[in-house]
Design a protein around this ligand. Structure first.
Ligand code: ATP
Ligand code: MG
Length: 610
């Protein structure tokens, strides 16, 4: 039967899980790791690397190694977050044709969904290898605070990866699901998820009947481990500047080494009180002399450098609690999710805020994928009653539209349970007006322009009539994925109005179709690569064996014409095998592997007789 996998597409790490025989399994990749770095790289030879392979070469190939693409997904080129990434990332980003972001890999610009798709395709492959069957359906998680553009872009990424994303669920909700599923509990819980790039907090009521109801959610999709690393990088760069008067940021490789060392130091400081950061030969002084970086960072100093970041998460936590109309003491259990919650200051701050120690039962790196896997199994055709879950999630940000004076008129307030819809009637304001423009926005600001523009919807083909005589009903809908759609109807004629979206930064259908094709090519190439690797190993093993027996065979039969001929032929086979390896020619290599096997059999026969 077809399986639905659950994928946690993280900023730093991704994880895939699937339910088997009623329980969720987190699937390890080839290297045996249960999480895979969300990194993509292109080597000089044009080979694409994903996951650990990409991470391993990040320092030497900094410009062509993409990390944290999730911080860019669904964002507009002119947003402050994109500006920040463009100033600090070791790779290059450029403006795309829709005012979107494109990431450079070697000399090709890729959309962000394409980069995320490469990670998703890798997770798909990891699942397929484990399950021994093709996988086409997935539940993919996103930060609860992701807006419509970010959700839509994530869904596009799934499509490009050849996955039918049957549901998008929120990361904290997935974590709550993994925490509470099948435990028959009835309590109010808070999920605090601080990952590599994003922060979410959700307050939920888990009911004994298997109902998971989100009461409120709040977050910041640009706050996470990356920002903690950046503080350490900054501290190191400034220190170096003071000492040597040189700016390490000028050098991409140095920057990548700093990033690597800063993250390592941060992680170590969760366990020890002091770390030494040592980066020999980080830069040249310009006078033919290599400069080294060596500094000691204490946990206290690190906490001072990042205290405001932790405070921001506390303020957001307060917001979520207020929105839920609850006191901290009403929360009966606190679930910590995300690698950053291992930082002692984070754990301490959350414990202090709620006045209780967080729950220790869940694995912070894996729960989100587990929850997605459980949801996937529940959505599968023929799911058993025990597999069923009821998830009642909310929309994280207010949906509204721009009205006169540039103000935002809310249509669907934040924390409304989804799916949901609101209908609103519009009348024409001018005589013979044939079109109405609606700007749909998401966010909490009163000024519409400060919120995220989801799209410009233009209703066209209205009847010519005096002002106020044409009435159109517009329905704004948010589905279970948290994705927005808009439909309109002419009330008098009952005719559906055509709507064109003109201001979305998303990809067009044609672009997605082209990217899906490229994704397929890559999957094929990868399969071919794997086949080649297998054959190469087999061929090299056979060549080794044949060569090992060569002298013995020569001694036994080398005196005869027949023997000399056989030895020559064997040498020819070896040469052709090597050529096929050099040319990465799978078909030719297959032939030579067969020929080598025959040669080896013959050699063994000769040696046995001789
Ligand atoms: N022991 C540790 N102490 C402090 N930080 C840690 C520790 N282990 C991992 N981290 C940090 O946690 C972050 C990664 O967490 P995680 O894998 O949960 O993020 P993610 O799911 O990829 O990101 P997001 O959920 O924001 O999209 C990284 O910044 C990493 O440096
Ligand atoms: Mg995460």
């Amino acid at each position: 039967m077809e399986k639905v996998i659950g994928i946690d597409l993280g900023t730093t790490n991704s994880c895939v899980a699937v339910v088997e025989n009623g329980s969720a399994v987190v699937i390890a990749n080839r290297g045996g790791y249960k999480t895979t770095p969300s990194m993509v790289a292109m080597t000089e030879a044009g080979k694409r690397l994903v996951g650990h392979l990409a991470k391993r070469q990040a320092i030497t190939n900094a410009e062509n190694t993409i990390y944290s693409a999730k911080r860019l997904i669904g964002r507009k080129w002119n947003s402050p977050q994109v500006t920040q990434v463009s100033q600090t990332a070791s790779y290059n980003i450029v403006e795309g044709p829709h005012g979107d972001v494109r990431i450079m890999l070697r000399d090709k610009a890729h959309s962000v969904p394409e980069i995320s798709a490469m990670v998703l395709a890798e997770m798909k492959l990891i699942a397929e290898e484990y399950l021994g069957q093709e996988v086409s359906k997935a539940v993919v998680t996103v930060p609860a605070y992701f807006n419509d553009n970010q959700r839509q872009a994530t869904k596009d990424a799934g499509a490009i990866a050849g996955l039918d994303v049957i549901r998008i669920i929120n990361e904290p909700t997935a974590a709550a699901l993994a925490y509470g599923f099948g435990r028959n509990i009835d309590r109010t819980v808070a999920v605090y998820d601080l990952g590599g790039g994003t922060f979410d907090v959700s307050i939920l009521e888990i009911g004994a009947s298997g109902v998971f109801k989100v009461i409120s959610t709040a977050g910041d999709t640009f706050l996470g481990g990356e920002d903690f690393d950046a503080r350490v990088i900054n501290w190191l760069v400034e220190g170096f500047k003071t000492e040597h008067g040189l700016d390490l940021r000028r050098d991409r490789m140095a920057l990548q080494r700093l990033k690597d060392a800063s993250e390592k130091a941060k992680i170590e400081l969760s366990a020890v009180r002091e770390v030494e950061i040592n980066l020999p030969f980080i830069m040249s002084s310009g006078r033919n002399e290599a400069l080294h970086l060596q500094r000691t960072l204490s946990r206290a100093e690190f906490e001072r450098l990042t205290a405001d970041l932790v405070e921001r998460t506390v303020a957001i936590m307060k917001q979520a609690l207020d929105d839920a109309g609850l006191q901290a003491s009403d929360v009966e259990d606190v679930v910590l999710v995300g690698g950053m919650t291992r930082m002692p200051l984070v754990e301490r701050s959350v414990a202090e805020f709620f006045g209780r120690e967080p729950s220790k039962g869940v694995h912070p790196d894996e729960v989100v994928a587990v929850g997605a896997g459980i949801q996937g199994a529940a959505l599968m055709e023929g799911a058993s009653p025990q597999q069923k879950v009821v998830l009642l999630d909310v929309t994280p940000q207010t949906l509204g539209m721009m009205v006169a004076g540039g103000l935002m008129e809310p249509l669907i307030p934040k924390d409304t349970t989804v799916p949901t819809s609101r209908t609103k009637a519009f009348t024409t304001s001018r005589d013979n007006q044939t079109a109405v423009k609606i700007l749909v926005m998401q966010g909490e600001a009163e000024q519409a322009s400060e919120n995220e523009l989801l799209g410009e919807f233009i209703l066209t083909g209205l009847r010519r009539a005096p002002a106020g005589m044409v009435e159109i009903e517009v329905t704004f809908e948010i589905n279970a994925d948290g994705i927005v759609s808009v439909h309109a109807k002419d009330l008098e004629t009952g005719k559906e109005q055509s709507i064109t979206v003109t201001a979305s930064s998303g990809l067009t259908k044609e672009e997605i179709a082209a990217m899906i094709d490229q994704g397929k090519n890559f999957a094929l190439e990868r399969k071919k690569d794997e086949e080649f690797e297998g054959l190469r190993q087999e061929a090299e093993g056979l060549v080794h064996e044949v060569e090992r027996l060569f002298d013995k065979v020569a001694r036994v039969v080398g005196g005869s014409d027949y023997g000399r001929d056989a030895l020559e032929k064997a040498q020819g086979v070896i040469e052709r095998a090597r050529l096929a390896i050099d040319r990465r020619d799978v078909a030719a290599l297959k032939e030579q592997v067969d020929a080598l096997s025959r040669t080896l059999r013959m050699f063994k026969g000769v040696v046995a007789k001789g």
